[in-house]
Design a protein around this ligand. Structure first.
Ligand code: ZN
Length: 335
């Protein structure tokens, strides 16, 4: 259960939400935008709990009453989260949302509807949402959550109070990970460096990414083998799609570091504690080659995200990275 006061970072947003509650000037529609994993949904749920709390404290939930507990257990009749069905938020979902708020709340004053992935609303769904926003009902609060607000209709955005959640700073990620995951500071610092301001990503790196860094280095080192060895490496590496994507990202991080090592004074290396390995790799790859490599990996990531066969995609990628192109003509079709 994370209350508004527990949220890491976003101080101005939290202050604004709590102030709105205290002064009873809650907006009928909010847009929480910002990168993945920075706490948009967490903040939306905490705000919903504060709105439904029976004993609110300075615009925040108490965390103990029936109202707060039901919200956090996803059991409150007045609070619900709409998620995309498949790849989009459908008009039937938005129609259902509009219908469900007509009756007013079951308890207290507010009804809260949160739409996660709001940018994935179909055109019809977006138009239906627009109508709902144009005719706000007293006591109904709609929170749209989106990592790509630029994909929303401007007319929708203009009817919402827009709150932009910035990427978290490194110290905030560290704070969050120590609080949530309770792990040693050294590992936390590394994950914070790799996470690009996303606490969600930092936490997922902690549960697999640190060793993924070593596996990634091992893969790069072994690309130096024969065609058979490289294919065997692809076979060993193929596994769960999400794990492979993390590994590929780690490989990119290594190559970025090698490029920085080649081109700068190396002060901003992400794998700052692995100077020897970076120096070793820097002797083997020119900057031009690394740019090609990173492009190849990005394309492979795209193919994997679009559900290409993991092993075949890795075989094609690794052969390419290993500079064994002649055999790749057939596999090239994978990308
Ligand atoms: Zn409460």
């Amino acid at each position: 259960m994370i209350l508004l006061r527990d949220i890491i970072g976003h101080d101005d947003i939290i202050k604004n939400l709590r102030g709105a509650l205290v002064s009873e000037r809650v907006s009928h529609a909010y847009l929480f935008s910002g990168p993945r994993g920075v706490g948009k949904i967490t903040a939306a749920m905490a705000f919903a709990a504060a709105l439904k709390c029976q004993r609110p404290v300075e615009g925040d939930g108490c965390g103990e009453c029936d109202g707060c507990r039901r919200v956090f257990r996803d059991l409150h009749p007045d609070v619900s989260v709409i998620n995309p069905e498949g790849s989009s938020v459908k008009i039937s979902q938005i129609r259902q949302l509009s219908a469900s708020v007509q009756m007013g709340p079951a308890t207290g004053r507010w009804t809260v509807r949160i739409v996660d992935g709001a940018d994935l609303m179909t055109v019809e769904a977006a138009n239906s949402m627009l109508k709902t926003l144009e005719e706000p009902l007293p006591g109904v609060i709609i929170i749209l959550v989106s990592a790509r607000p630029q994909a929303l209709l401007p007319t929708i955005i203009s009817r919402c109070q827009h709150m932009y959640f910035r990427p978290l700073l490194k110290y905030q990620l560290v704070q969050g990970m120590i609080r949530i995951a309770g792990v040693p500071e050294e590992e936390v610092l590394m994950a914070a460096s790799l996470a690009g301001g996303s606490l969600g990503k930092a936490l997922s790196l902690l549960s697999g990414g640190i060793s993924a860094r070593d596996r990634a280095y091992e893969v790069i080192r072994r690309l130096n083998g024969t065609v058979e060895e490289v294919l065997a490496l692809a076979g060993e590496t193929a596994g769960k799609r999400e794990d492979v994507l993390v590994l590929l990202e780690m490989i990119i991080v290594w190559f970025r570091d090698v490029m920085l090592y080649n081109e700068t004074d190396g002060r901003h290396l992400i794998n700052w504690d692995r100077g020897n390995e970076t120096e070793g790799l820097a002797g083997c790859f020119t900057t031009g080659r690394i740019v090609e490599i990173i492009n190849d990996i990005e394309r492979a990531k795209g193919a994997l995200a679009a559900s290409a066969n993991v092993q075949i995609a890795l075989e094609a990628l690794f052969l390419r990275l290993a500079g064994k192109d002649p055999d790749v003509v057939r596999l090239e079709e994978v990308f």
